[in-house]
Write a protein that binds this ligand. Structure first.
Ligand code: F0G
Length: 467
């Protein structure tokens, strides 16, 4: 990094391009209606800038593509597996590396071999699939976000932390019913906020005092390590890799979606030290994912992940990545848009409850906002609010803790002009905010309903003609 110049550039040049397509507002209105007012049900080619997720949507590097050409597709004992295993071992320090087709498969396999009906699993904040996989087994998933994490506008360095006092209480009150605790880095559903080394260490000490293991949900471990480098005392001169290794070292294992900080389009793994538990997990793996040296992945996927895991820890890349998100955050903050502060690692989260106080939670303010961002600017985001989390396992409805719209950045895909356009669209929608109206559910499955639910505007239109 040249010290003389301050502009943070994309640390790559573009070798392959994929066109994106402008649509008219009328076309988007028709597309929305056809999709049952659910952005998941749109055709991707009707989206101009797709910030639905940072999962599996990144651009791979020329090194990843050349690694893929060397993929060994042997059913058992493929060279690609050993390359993948060596990298994952080196980065995490865990002895047992079990490949899976994505993160939720690692979760399901771990949970199936550790949890019983009636158990309780604490986490700083469970991601939706993590929660759903636990609830499907009759386990109660409890979110123990630290108090700062509950205040969207508050600027604090580690708002992703788990509440250690609440963790202690949960462990004490549910003796013999907590098979393990988890910490999600960064805390995705909590605003992409980082977790400090001190907090992971504190959780480890509590868990070990209670005789239970701690697992990391490590999807965005590299981004978390970067924030620690920037914000935690004594870490400024350490490499992201060394910090990541310390994070992993406090836990007994991790679940990982390589679609995030693995820089791959598909893949994941479960990693742990306990050989007995690993043997059980591998048996489950064979049933549904595949033989333990490929776990539902092609040899070339394992190669892409082996290269990608290292690239995710590159300092120039992390500096550019975190800065692009903060750049959008700065523009929105300057324009008065309420977002979770400070900006997260992989995404900006608009606080729809603050922006649209006239829409009650039963009419899904964050969902409405995400639809209007698409309608006005062709931008696809995702609601993290009461459509995603409002339906309780006992069949009742309860408003989510926050009503958020997440704009997640695919890795190495969009450039600064895309971000400038995004800021323009969001500020325009912000100027229309009093005209935005809510929605009601028309049809929804009981689990993970946001993926397939169909909705309708409560007042026939998403935007009223006037305030
Ligand atoms: N844990 C976290 C924190 C996640 O963000 C995700 C996925 C998973 C687990 C599951 O991994 O998709 O590979 O099965 N998050 C994506 C997102 C889908 O959009 O945030 P997966």
């Amino acid at each position: 990094m040249p010290s003389r110049f301050h502009t943070i550039i994309e640390p790559f040049r573009i070798k392959t391009v994929e066109p994106i397509r402008h649509t008219t507002r009328a076309e988007r209105e028709t597309a929305l209606r056809a999709a049952g007012y659910n952005l998941f049900l749109l055709k991707a080619e009707d989206v101009l800038i797709d910030l639905l997720t940072d999962s599996g949507t990144g651009a791979m590097s020329s090194n990843q593509w050349s690694g893929m050409m060397q993929g060994d597709e042997s059913y058992a004992g493929a060279r690609s597996f050993y390359r993948f295993e060596a990298t994952a071992r080196e980065i995490t320090g865990y002895a047992q590396i079990i490949p899976t087709h994505q993160g939720r498969a690692a979760e399901r396999i771990l949970f199936a071999n550790t949890c019983r009906k009636g158990d309780v699993v604490p986490n700083n904040t469970h991601f939706d699939t993590t929660r759903a996989n636990l609830e499907a087994l009759g386990v109660t998933a409890v979110d123990l976000r630290c108090p700062e994490g509950m205040q969207p506008q508050l600027v604090a360095p580690f708002k992703g932390n788990i509440d250690l006092a609440a963790l202690e209480k949960t462990l004490t009150e549910n003796r013999d019913r907590v098979p393990f605790a988890m910490i999600t880095v960064t805390n995705n559903s909590g605003g992409g906020q980082p977790v400090s080394l001190a907090n992971i260490r504190g959780a480890r000490n509590l868990c070990h005092r209670h005789g239970i293991p701690l697992f990391l949900d490590a999807c965005r471990f590299a981004e978390n390590a970067w924030f620690i480098k920037q914000r935690e005392t004594g870490c400024a001169d350490r490499t992201p890799a060394a910090i990541a290794r310390e994070m992993f070292g406090y836990a007994d294992g991790c679940t990982m979606s390589a679609k995030k900080d693995g820089m791959a389009n598909i893949g994941g793994f479960l990693a742990l030290n306990d050989a007995t538990l690993a043997a059980k997990c591998k048996n489950t793996l064979v049933l549904t994912e595949g033989f333990p040296t490929y776990g539902g992945l092609a040899g070339y996927d394992l190669e892409a992940i082996a290269v990608g895991l290292r690239e995710a820890l590159d300092e120039d890349y992390l500096r550019y990545r975190i800065r692009s998100v903060a750049y959008l955050g700065d523009k929105l903050t300057a324009g008065g848009v309420p977002i979770i502060q400070p900006p997260g690692g992989h995404a900006i989260y608009i606080d729809a409850r603050a922006m649209l106080p006239h829409i009650p939670p039963e009419e899904f303010p964050a969902w409405a906002l995400s639809l209007v961002l698409y309608l006005e600017g062709g931008v696809r985001s995702v609601e993290i609010g009461s459509v995603m989390f409002g339906h309780q396992p006992d069949g009742t409805e309860k408003p989510a803790a926050m009503e958020l719209v997440r704009l997640a950045f695919p890795r190495r895909v969009y450039t600064q002009s895309h971000v400038d356009y995004l800021a323009e669209v969001i500020l325009h929608v912000h100027s229309l905010r009093r005209r935005i109206r809510g929605l009601r559910l028309v049809d929804a499955p009981p689990l993970l309903r946001h993926f397939t639910a169909r909705l309708a505007p409560v007042h026939n239109a998403l935007l009223a003609l006037q305030d």
